[in-house]
Ligand binder design. Sequence first.
Ligand code: FAD
Length: 389
Amino acid sequence: MTSQVEADVAVVGAGPAGAASALFAARRGHRVVVFDKDAFPRDKPCGEGLMPGGLPPLRELELDAADIALGAPPLNGVQFGLPHEPPAIVAFPQHNGEQAGLGIRRLDFDARLAGALARRPSIQFHPQTEVRDVRWARGTPPTVVTSTGEVRVRFVVIADGLRSSLRHRLGWTVGPRPPHRYGIVAHWQVDGPVDPWVRITFDDGLEVYEGPVAKNQRMVGLLCYQARMREFSGRLETRYREIVQAVRPELREAEQVGPVNAVGPFWYRASTVAEHGVFLVGDAAGFTDPITGEGIAAGLRQARALADALDSPTPERAYRAAHRRLTSDPRRVASLLLRLTRTPKLVGRGIHSHQRAPQTLSTLLGIGFGYWGFNRITPREWLRLFTGR
Ligand SMILES: Cc1cc2nc3c(=O)[nH]c(=O)nc-3n(C[C@H](O)[C@H](O)[C@H](O)COP(=O)(O)OP(=O)(O)OC[C@H]3O[C@@H](n4cnc5c(N)ncnc54)[C@H](O)[C@@H]3O)c2cc1C
C-alpha cells in the first residue's frame, strides 16, 4: 500500500458494525477498504440474539435473513425470573411488521457478513491485517497505519469493538465505569424442540442469559458483577458449569460443547464519536451492557446512519447527531434494566408488577430497540415498575 488517497472510506473491524458500515457506504458509491486483524470465520463472545430491529438494515443491504442467518431459530421475546419460580413472559413488541428476532451463531453470522464484503467489487477486504494507528491532522486526509502499510482516505470508520484500541489511541475512551460486569459464555447441546425464548434467570450478583442458536444449541452466558468473579479464579469452566446448572436445573441433562470464554468489563463511552474525518461505530462508539441484547442491531442501525452522514455537507456533525438520537434512549433503558434487576428482591417486584400490567415491560423493550420514546410509558406504569404495586 502507498500513502496516496486510495479509497473514500477505510473501515477498521469487520464485525457487524464495521461490515454493515462498509456495505452501506459501498451502496452509496464510495470506494471502501476494510481491515480486520482476524481471519474469518472467527468467534466473538456474545449472547447471539439478533433483536428484531436488526432485520430491516440487513434487508436493506439485500442480505436476505435466510442467507445471513441460515438455520437461525426465531426469538419470540424474553422470559425472566428467579430460579425455581415461574418466569415473567415478555413478548417482543410488534413494530412495522417486525416482531421476532433471530438466534444467530456469531461464528457463522460474522463469516457471512465477511463473505458479503469479499463479493462486493467496490470493497477491498483485508482480513488478518491489524490497524495499529489512525493519524489525522487538520486539513489533511486521515491516514490508516496497518500491519502491511499505510493508506490515506477521506473518512475512517473505527469499528474495532468494545475495548477499541484505536479509540484509546485517539484519547476518546471514557470508562469502563463501575460497577464492573463481565460475561462468561459457552454453548450447550439441547435435544428436543427449539425453545424460542431468551431466558434470563437472576441470582445474587449474576444472571444466566440464554437463547437458542442453530443446530440444537443454546448459548448460555453468565453476566456477573465483579464481586462474583472471584469465584472463577483458576476454575473458570468448572465454576461456570456449576452455576449454570444450579440456576437453570433444566440444563443438567444438556452437554456443554466448545470453549468457555470470558469478556468484560462492559460500559464504555467515547468523548466524541466523530471528529476530523474519523468516526466510531458499534461497540467502539460506546456500549452499556448486554442485558438488552441490542448491540448487533444497534451497530447495524448506526452503520446505516453513518452512510447517510457521509453524504452530508458536515458529516461529523450529522453523524454525532444521528448517533445521539439512536443511542440515548436505548442506553437509558439498559441502565434502567440494570437498576431494576440489581437484586433478586427487585426482580421479584418486577415480576409482580408485570403480572398486573403485562404491557409495560414489552413497551420498555421497544424503547430499548429504538422503536419509540419514554413517553410511551405512563407515570403510573413507572411507579408500578419500581414499587411492584
Ligand atoms: C456477554 C455478551 C453478550 C452479548 N449478547 C448480545 C446479544 O444477545 N445480542 C446482541 O445484539 N448483542 C449482544 N452483545 C453485544 C454484541 O456482541 C456487540 O454489541 C457486537 O459484537 C458489536 O459489534 P461490533 O462490530 O461493534 O464489534 P465486534 O463484533 O467486537 O467486532 C470488532 C472487530 O474488529 C476487529 N478488530 C479489533 N481491533 C482491530 C484492529 N486494531 N485492526 C483490525 N481489526 C480489529 C476484531 O477482530 C473484530 O472482528 C453481547 C456482548 C457480550 C459481551
